[in-house]
Design a protein around this ligand. Structure first.
Ligand code: NCD
Length: 300
């Protein structure tokens, strides 16, 4: 297996997911390596991020690479009118791998045309966030011991959640069942339902979170994506549409695992945090190992 670009999960096979889960587990055991000694990773983030950028930077350093970073695109020449193409042509000369986040869907795929260096989409608007999907697969595999056979509930803003969108492309290659739980205004776009139909993955669309918790193995909570709303009043109406608390989690199977890509706003109350079911901070740690594995995979 060989690839140099991670732009979307739509072209990732099950075989590749299983390979990367295995590689990430090896990174967990090693802790740090010198695999990419002398290499430079550039993180170029045109949209706010804490976790993803710092997770890639920590991962790069743990595999021996060094990092150059733009955390705030307003400090770059984009502000002076430089095109994305030119920005990428410049980073192509400075770095051995580029991780980029942009608010425009497809922007990283477009940027990839201007560099021959490995490039990773760190999130492009509501479209894709492939490294998050891979770390989510690693988390499910580690927490549940397998992925085949799981019933997974996605809750909240499934219209704009790029982590959900990316994850569905990977999950549809496994024998899973999906329960989408959303208000009407934040339903999963129909293209993802078509994808599940094409792969014969059973799913239902629901509204009542409490009612469905007992049937789930994984509860994947999402934040209402404030930055994607043109109308603040619409966001105000929908934020807080689902709030998961400890009492609700305890009504589920003891083996239920609660995931969240973070940041959390108010979707999960803090009394859930200390339950064994709360997997979201372990998910962050898994992200580090998955990104170490990814950097090595794309650069060697
Ligand atoms: C997610 C993202 O950026 O899409 N965060 C992350 O990368 N961990 C989820 C979110 O912002 O809600």
């Amino acid at each position: 297996m060989k690839r140099t670009q991670l732009l979307t999960t739509a072209d990732i096979t099950r075989e590749e997911v299983d390979f990367l889960i295995n590689e990430a587990e090896k990174m967990r055991k090693k802790g740090t390596t010198n695999d990419l000694k002398g290499k430079v990773v550039a993180t170029l983030f045109f949209e706010p991020s804490t976790r993803t950028r710092l997770s890639f930077e920590s991962a790069a350093q743990r595999v021996g690479a060094s990092v150059i970073s733009v955390a705030d695109a307003s400090t770059t020449s984009t502000k002076k009118g430089e095109t994305l193409a030119d920005t990428i042509r410049v980073f192509d000369k400075l770095a051995d791998l580029i991780v980029m986040r942009q608010s425009v869907p497809g922007a990283t795929a477009e940027a990839a045309k201007f560099t021959n260096k490995p490039i990773i989409n760190g999130g492009d608007g509501a479209n894709q966030h492939p490294s998050q999907a891979l770390l989510d697969m690693l988390t499910m595999h580690r927490e549940c011991g397998k992925i085949d056979g799981l019933t997974i509930g996605f809750v909240g803003d499934l219209k704009f959640s790029r982590t959900t969108h990316s994850l569905l492309y990977l999950l549809c290659q496994y024998k899973v069942q999906i329960v989408f739980i959303t208000p009407d205004a934040l339903k999963i776009p129909s293209e993802y339902l078509d994808l599940l139909k094409k792969h014969g993955v059973p799913y239902t669309e629901e509204k009542d979170l409490e009612k469905h918790i007992p049937s789930l193995d994984v509860l994947y909570m999402t934040r209402v994506q404030q930055e994607r709303f043109a109308d603040p009043a619409e966001y105000a109406k929908l934020k807080g549409c689902y709030v998961l608390n400890a009492a609700m989690v305890k009504k589920g199977k003891p083996s239920l695992r609660v995931m969240h890509p973070l940041p959390r706003v108010d979707e999960i109350t803090t009394d859930v945090d200390d339950l064994p079911q709360a997997a979201y901070f372990r998910q962050v740690e898994n992200g580090l190992y998955m990104r170490m594995a990814l950097l090595k995979y794309l650069m060697s």
